[in-house]
Design a binder for this molecule. Structure first.
Ligand SMILES: [Zn+2]
Length: 164
């Protein structure tokens, strides 16, 4: 793996999902390019701004410098409203060609977060000629993580404290 493109929905997705993996590949000489599809802002269901676009940009820039990414960009899609559309596939394709990407890291395709799910679809379509697409877990609420008829089998997990 020489040229890695991370395609994620939100500014903190990559570090939560694969921060250690990225640092390992970076230490082995890989170039790391990051494309965040949303502008990173987040507005609550009550309409309160929890994170502004400027705050998201600043946080993204700080973590990208800390992680020493070779490039990092944020598009301007609205959080929780990413749509599957061809121009987003083209945005990913442009970076695949420009950076000669041989590996994509993206969200797990069965993540139930709307944005994560759509981004994984976009990355898969854009990356159909890329030799490796690695998907990672961001949240625990993935579709197939636990069986639907037995969502919390005692042999696999036990709650730290009883539900209140
Ligand atoms: Zn996310």
């Amino acid at each position: 793996m020489e040229n890695i493109l991370a395609v994620v929905a939100h500014p903190d997705d990559l570090e939560i999902m694969a921060g250690g993996t990225v640092l390992k590949y970076k230490s082995l000489g890989a170039k790391i390019h990051v494309l965040v599809i949303t502008n990173g802002s987040w507005i609550s269901e009550k309409g309160q701004t929890m994170r502004s676009i400027n705050e998201a940009k600043l946080e993204f820039e700080n973590v990208s410098k800390f992680m020493q990414y070779d490039s990092y960009e944020m598009l301007n899609e609205k959080t929780l409203h990413i749509e599957y559309k061809d121009d987003l596939v083209c945005e990913i394709l442009k970076r695949i060609d420009f950076y000669k990407i041989d590996t994509i890291i993206t969200c797990w395709e069965k993540d139930t977060n709307h944005d994560h799910f759509i981004v994984s679809q976009l990355a898969k379509i854009a990356g159909k000629k890329v030799p490796r697409i690695l998907m990672g877990q961001i949240n625990y609420y993935m579709n197939d993580f636990l069986p639907r008829n037995n969502p919390c089998p005692s042999s696999r997990t036990s709650p730290a404290s009883p539900p209140s």
